[in-house]
Design a protein around this ligand. Structure first.
Ligand SMILES: NC(=O)c1ccc[n+]([C@@H]2O[C@H](COP(=O)([O-])OP(=O)(O)OC[C@H]3O[C@@H](n4cnc5c(N)ncnc54)[C@H](O)[C@@H]3O)[C@@H](O)[C@H]2O)c1
Length: 274
């Protein structure tokens, strides 16, 4: 469809082929976009991203998303390399040290909390601030970050990531207001189904989590590829007046109280324990 023909962007967060950002990169390339890929220096050293860069004919610029100096260099390099200002940016970055180290929510380590908050939420403000200061985004550009419905409803094992996501979604609304006024740039978050990626699998009980969501969602869970296609619509010119929204991309999960599939399983379990 050449949905993104002539558009330039920066994509954060492609770690391996399972990453949502990886799928976005492949789909954006197929739709005619040109972009720069970025990830934390340690993730870039792992090497997989270079294969994606070769496949999509783009350049990799390492940047720690919490480091303003790295971000300044990234946006300078991206605009120089792509030959102009940007039309889209994807923030597909998340990490909780408390989740990684198995710390229970009632016993959070606050240094780890702060680190996870900086990586998962504040980095979204930082990258927008750097792009704002450099006036690096074209009129009618689009900025998207990925989030999860634990920002609205409790999923105990999602731990402090739930709080980071709530903060991230708030940044989209707050900064989105200013971007809209200044040069019609839109800012949204996409709230995605649980997806088998490195970040997803780090959550305790992830297999149960993903099966439950599948049974609850009338359309079934959205895959990383499905998510990529949805994100592309937000980068395209067909969604120009959508901004400051948290958009659920979850097969209907977030609007379902209970499904027949879950109820049937629950009742079967009840009878066994009678
Ligand atoms: N997988 C899921 O179930 C799911 C569901 C909803 C939302 N999300 C969100 O989607 C986004 C992408 O995650 P994913 O599932 O593709 O997993 P992923 O592990 O493939 O991607 C996470 C990325 O964050 C990067 N990152 C971590 N620290 C960084 C830093 N300091 N600077 C720059 N990059 C850094 C990692 O290198 C990695 O590429 C995250 O925001 C995640 O919370 C995931």
């Amino acid at each position: 469809m050449a949905l993104l023909a002539g558009k330039r962007g920066v994509l954060f967060g492609a770690l391996d082929e399972h990453s949502i950002a990886w799928q976005v990169a492949e789909a954006a390339h197929a739709e005619g976009a040109r972009f720069v890929l970025t990830n934390a220096p340690a993730a870039v050293r792992m090497g997989a991203i270079e294969a994606l860069a070769a496949k999509t004919g783009c350049r990799v610029v390492p940047a720690d998303a919490t480091d303003v100096g790295d971000l300044e260099n990234l946006f300078d390099e991206a605009c120089n390399h792509l030959g102009g200002k940007l039309d889209f940016i994807l923030h597909s970055v998340g990490m909780s040290v408390n989740v990684r180290k198995g710390k229970h929510y009632t016993e959070l380590n606050y240094d780890w909390l702060q680190k996870g908050w900086d990586i998962s939420a504040v980095s979204f403000h930082k990258l927008m601030r750097v792009a704002w200061d450099k006036a690096a985004v074209n009129d009618w550009g689009s900025i998207v970050a990925l989030t999860y419905t634990a920002a609205q409803r409790t999923f105990p094992d999602y731990n402090d990531m739930a709080d980071h996501k709530a903060y991230l979604e708030s940044i989209a609304r707050s900064f989105g207001y200013h971007w809209g006024l200044r040069n019609k740039v839109r800012v949204n978050t996409v709230s995605q189904s649980p997806t088998r990626t490195t970040a997803g699998k780090g959550v305790k009980g992830f297999d149960g989590f993903i099966d439950f969501a599948e049974a609850m969602s009338p359309l079934g869970n959205a895959s990383a590829r499905d998510c990529a296609h949805y994100v592309l619509t937000l980068f395209s010119d067909w969604t120009r007046k959508v901004t400051m929204q948290n958009l659920f991309h979850d097969g209907g999960f977030s609007s379902t109280g209970v499904s027949k599939a879950v109820m049937d399983r629950f009742m079967r379990g009840e009878r066994q324990t009678d």
